[in-house]
Ligand binder design. Structure first.
Ligand SMILES: [Zn+2]
Length: 202
């Protein structure tokens, strides 16, 4: 097969707001846990996403809960301080948890819940399936973009991973549409230049 050395082009929507404006929107939003049961951890995840974006990585953040209590929050570190392209927010959070559980052979992963501001990519989903973390909820899923398509990333995983994940909950968070839009805008602020940095490494 003849391979082109031309740089691939990925087109993303232009964000409508910058990080400062989005942070303000997040501060102004009043959580409504009665109406949307995942508003609390979703807000934490989006705030961590803004932090990641400002630090130079893809603007995705997340948090981990144990029996509905937030035990940690963190962000993607894939592009900064240097390229560690495995360090998506989900990976950073699961690394911390697995380190914390290093002496526990039966950690009852079903009692943990992972929240992220963006639908996990296939790499992170494979990790999630292996880790057996009980529930994963993502604030936002870019269903319209070329890379997203109609199926979720989970639906597109190889069968073996889906078998591993068959007891797990992996779905969109039950949070307000306002938070979903903020999460999308936050992500759009970062994705163009991060993808470009990766492609410039070729
Ligand atoms: Zn990922």
């Amino acid at each position: 097969m003849c391979k082109t050395t031309e740089k691939p082009e990925l087109n993303f929507d232009t964000p409508l707001f910058n990080y400062d404006e989005l942070e303000q929107q997040l501060n102004d939003y009043e959580a409504n846990p009665e109406g949307y049961k995942h508003d609390g951890p979703s807000i934490i995840s989006v705030r961590q996403g803004i932090r990641a974006g400002r630090a130079g990585s893809v603007a995705v953040g997340g948090c981990l809960l144990h029996h509905d209590q937030v035990i940690s929050e963190n962000m993607s570190k894939a592009n900064a301080p240097y390229h560690r392209l495995d360090l998506h927010a989900e990976m950073v959070l699961l690394n911390e948890l697995e380190d914390r559980l290093c002496d526990n052979k039966t950690p009852k992963m079903r009692d943990y819940t992972l929240f992220t501001s963006q639908e996990p990519c296939p790499m992170c989903l494979a990790r999630i399936c292996c880790s057996q973390v009980g529930k994963t909820y993502y604030v936002y899923r870019d269903a319209k973009s070329i890379e997203a398509g109609d199926q979720t990333n989970y639906e597109r995983l190889p069968e073996g991973f889906k078998l591993l994940g068959s007891r797990l909950v992996i779905e969109e968070a039950d949070c307000s549409p306002k938070l979903k839009e903020i999460a999308r805008q936050v992500w759009l602020n970062s994705i163009d230049h991060c993808v470009d940095e990766w492609l410039e490494r070729y």
